[in-house]
Write a protein that binds this ligand. Sequence first.
Ligand code: CAA
Length: 260
Amino acid sequence: MTEYENILYSKERGIAYIVFNRPKVLNALNRTVFEELKEILDDLYADKETLAVIVTGHGKAFVAGADIAEMRQYTPGEGREFGIFAQEQLNRLENLPKPVICAINGYALGGGLEVALACDIRIIAAGAKVGQPETALGIFPGFGGAQRLPRLINPGNAKYYIYTAEHISAERAYEMGLVQEVVTLEELMPRCKALAEKIMANGPVAIRLAKQAINEGLNMGLRPALQYDAEIFGALFGTEDRISGMEAFLAKRKPEFHNR
Ligand code: CAA
């Protein structure tokens, strides 16, 4: 396994762990972190054994945003280039053909919330705070937050929190549907692992294509999205896992899936 300076990356029993690890600056995202994330995503795109991914932060924060000290001297061109590079990696994270669970262990602010928004499911520790405080710095959420947040929650709420730069409590995030569950910090990783295992017990090809249908469909109108669904739904009938899933149900036994 490659060692990274700013990210702990490991794999165990079909689950890959991406742990942001710059605790002295609350895991702030600089250019190097995104370069490391790019390599990790290259590995995960090629990896057929890993069936789920958990993203979290080391220490008291998940990620407190993009690295303000590094961005401080950026020119407009450098700011644009950084935004594009970060967006590319978060788009790849969003479309990774495996379920990605975000374990929000502490502050997920600015670019940190934008990482969480690119994951499929978000579980938060009570006491953690999320938010898009960029306008307090004279910028706005440029790593996808200005687009993903109003698509995920009520656009009025997204604008409220982007304009005011207010931090959002775990409970308020849950109330708005921004996260799926609030658990204690002690329960956070066990709960995320249990959730990953529950998902992994289902047909991996079906999960992969369900994710593809949902992500692609969200960028289309309803009619083309339904047509797209029909195509990939049909393709599933040619898979070995579909046959063993249905045969197992009819024989009243547990299915065995082989990801093909
Ligand atoms: N970039 C660089 N350094 C950061 C950082 C960031 N985003 N967030 C925290 N740090 C550093 C602090 O400067 C501090 O360093 P020193 O010990 O050298 O002083 C260290 O991390 C610890 O932080 P605090 O002392 O501030 O810790 P706290 O517990 O008092 O406060 C916090 C925690 C509320 C998260 C506060 O650190 C904070 O507000 N951080 C910035 C949050 C933010 O504005 N994020 C958005 C960044 S812009 C962005 O993300 C761009 C984008 O979308 C495209």
